[in-house]
Ligand binder design. Structure first.
Ligand SMILES: Nc1ncnc2c1ncn2[C@@H]1O[C@H](COP(=O)(O)OP(=O)(O)OP(=O)(O)O)[C@@H](O)[C@H]1O
Ligand SMILES: [Mg+2]
Length: 238
């Protein structure tokens, strides 16, 4: 049975989609069967980060409303072994999604995949509640700034209130020179501000940003320091 991990944050643009893509690709490079689920209904972007925007025919909305079976909506990224994506609708929101719908979807995916990584939209409303109730692990992405830190703790409490016991956080977009100025919260301060374990640090790196825009996840260069970093994070998270 596979593990469902949701990736969330308290602030938009913290790096949820970046972490989802690169962590998922890393696990697939190690031989695991991985599916990345885009839960940003109406505002999808996972497909762009994977360079697969032209390959989505069916989506999560079609699956949840019974238009097609989940297998039909999966898109394979063969650059990373058995990495698949389940896109979400680009222009429409899907109303009436319940925890039971989500649990049913995950039950099917768990039979066929080792890891199901869910890229969450921002917010602590019903999408987060629905997914958190059926997930095995919550990964909270935080960046070194006070707003991100405060909101990450709020999101973490929400996950806990949904019964999600296993949780960790990642610090993304770390700029060491800026940290040294002391004008932004440092690593220790962030760790003290969160009540869950830290699973790793991802630096701010232009190659990550460019890779996202080119549809070439940065871990494609598997001997780079960033790929090795994601590899260690995968070991600590799972
Ligand atoms: N470690 C990093 N180094 C450089 N750029 C990064 C890094 N992480 C994310 N980015 C860039 O920051 C922006 C936001 O990243 P991303 O889309 O992953 O965040 P998000 O949390 O998914 O955003 P949203 O809340 O809109 O879903 C993107 O332009 C991305 O390329
Ligand atoms: Mg995103």
């Amino acid at each position: 049975m596979g593990t469902v991990a949701l990736i969330t944050s308290g602030k938009g643009g913290a790096g949820k989609t970046t972490i989802t893509v690169n962590l998922g690709a890393t696990l697939a490079q190690k031989g695991a069967r991985v599916v990345l689920v885009d839960f940003n209904m109406g505002l999808r972007n996972l497909d762009i980060y994977l360079g697969m925007e032209d390959t989505c025919l069916f989506d999560l909305g079609d699956v949840l409303t019974g238009v097609c079976k989940v297998e039909k909506a999966l898109v394979h990224d063969d650059r990373f072994g058995r990495l698949y994506m389940l896109p979400c609708p680009q222009f429409k929101e899907i109303n009436g999604v319940t925890p039971q719908h989500v649990a049913g979807l995950f039950a099917v995916l768990k039979k066929n995949f080792d890891y199901i990584l869910v890229d969450m939209p921002l917010g602590i409303g019903s999408p987060l509640e629905n997914v958190a109730q059926a997930a095995d692990l919550g990964i909270v992405v935080v960046t070194p700034d006070y707003v991100s830190l405060r909101n990450a703790d709020t999101v973490d409490r929400k996950l806990e209130s949904c019964g999600l016991q296993k949780r960790c956080f990642l610090i993304n977009q770390v700029d060491l020179e800026l940290l040294r100025t002391g004008n932004v919260p440092g690593i220790e301060q962030i760790a003290r501000g969160m009540s869950i374990p830290m699973a790793g640090i991802v630096p701010y790196d232009e190659n990550i940003h460019a890779g996202n825009n080119m549809g070439n996840p940065v871990v494609l260069a598997s001997d780079s320091y960033i790929a090795k970093n994601f590899s260690s994070i995968a070991l600590r998270v799972f």
